[in-house]
Design a protein around this ligand. Sequence first.
Ligand SMILES: [Zn+2]
Length: 81
Amino acid sequence: MFKWLLVLAVVVLGYVWWRHQRQAEAAERAARPRPPAPPSAPAPAPMLRCRHCGVHLPAADAVRGALGPYCSHEHRRLAEG
Ligand SMILES: [Zn+2]
């Protein structure tokens, strides 16, 4: 009879120890700071379409004409004179 009580006590103590370990791991995981989010990619540059040849180019590289954007001074001259 005493042997079974000893086995039961060991099982109960093992279960209590296991629960304690799980709770400690959960608390440690919750306290750990999350890794920072990766930096977001820069926004894509707006693209414009040349009014003469139709090629698309970044707005920063476009040549502004009276009628719209162009890919080069040559195309602005050809389109607007
Ligand atoms: Zn062009």
